[in-house]
Design a protein around this ligand. Structure first.
Ligand code: PYC
Length: 316
């Protein structure tokens, strides 16, 4: 299987170029569900140790249904599919450029949650116009065992997020194990209290938010991803959700730049415009996320039928 790896603001993406499963016809959402339900071993084998590690997000190219799209793409992590993925979209654009498949300018990719448009500015820099993003629930309180009451918002940025300032752990690199523990506890408490996104959508990302470390930036975060790995980047969909909350609170005007820091100090630059069209939820915004990605490897993954860990090491 031929893959090409990149990282965006520190967060890795593995693009499957050849050798992925065939997912048949249907909408991107239907094909993504098929990938998750029928090809879980493929996803884990590609991403997890011994060929990778649990922070990698996979990108599988599939034919698009929407007109004018360069490609369809399904993002996956070891726990299942992602609706959209900001860092992987930036990584995908840079990788397609590296392969000579796209050049500078605007291109459209179809994802299971909608079409996104990307602008490749140069070899490494990309802006992504994300799907309409919005706050669904404001200021809900969940009691988290070992942490206490935690207040936060539920918002959509292409995935469902719970955003809170109440993690109780400083947003510092040295604190990553504690931040991971608290965010996983919050996610468990949300699930056990039946708190979901719209239509029962699972809140599979937790975003701990706080003030920026650098005076040049506007906010900092720690984002826990569905597979239990933290996002090294500021999380494109997570910061889209954050910007939607700021817009809903009247704290960020349209077209104003918001620079978001990650837990490793990498940054994305965002702004939004109001989302238009009948299908956009009330108050939704259309965030643009700008960041940089770098190609790190092109390789062939080998699968030996005698290998007891052919489908990856899954932990207990
Ligand atoms: O950048 O949207 C993102 C993302 C989601 C999970 C990991 N990265």
């Amino acid at each position: 299987m031929r893959v090409i790896d990149s990282h965006t603001a520190g967060e890795p993406t593995r693009l499957v170029l050849e050798g992925g499963p065939s997912l048949g016809d249907g909408s991107l959402a239907e094909r993504a569900l098929r990938l998750e339900q029928e090809h879980g071993d493929f996803c884990k084998a590609v991403l997890l140790e011994p060929r990778g590690h649990d922070a990698i997000v996979g990108a599988l190219l599939v034919p698009a249904n929407a007109p004018d799209c360069v490609t369809g793409v399904i993002y996956f992590n070891p726990a299942g599919n992602l609706g959209m993925c900001g860092h992987a979209t930036i990584g995908l654009a840079v990788t397609l450029a590296h392969l000579g498949r796209i050049g500078p300018g605007v291109h459209r990719f179809e994802t299971p949650v909608g079409v996104v448009s990307v602008e490749l500015h140069d070899t490494n820099t990309v802006s992504v116009v994300n799907v309409p993003s919005y706050r669904y629930l404001k200021d809900i309180v969940v009691v988290v065992p070992g942490v206490g009451p935690v207040r936060g918002d539920v918002a959509w940025g292409g995935n469902w997020f719970f955003l809170t300032k109440d993690g109780g752990v400083p947003l510092e690199y040295e604190k990553i194990p504690e931040l991971a523990h608290v965010s996983l506890e919050i996610r468990r408490a949300l699930a056990s209290n039946g708190i979901t996104g719209a239509d029962g959508g699972e809140i599979d990302h937790v975003e701990l938010i706080g003030p920026a470390k650098s005076a040049h930036n506007h906010g900092r975060n720690f984002v826990m991803c569905p597979g239990g790995a933290y996002d090294r980047s500021p999380c494109g969909t997570g910061t889209s959700a954050k910007v939607a909350c700021l817009a809903a609170d009247g704290l960020l005007a349209a077209h104003t730049i918001w620079r978001q820091e990650s837990i490793i100090d990498s940054t994305y630059e965002l702004f939004y415009v109001p989302a238009e069209g009948e299908s956009a939820p009330a108050g939704a915004v259309l965030p643009t996320v700008k960041g940089s990605a770098y190609v790190t490897a092109q390789s062939e993954l080998l699968f030996d039928a005698n290998d007891p860990y052919i489908s990856g090491i899954r932990g207990s």
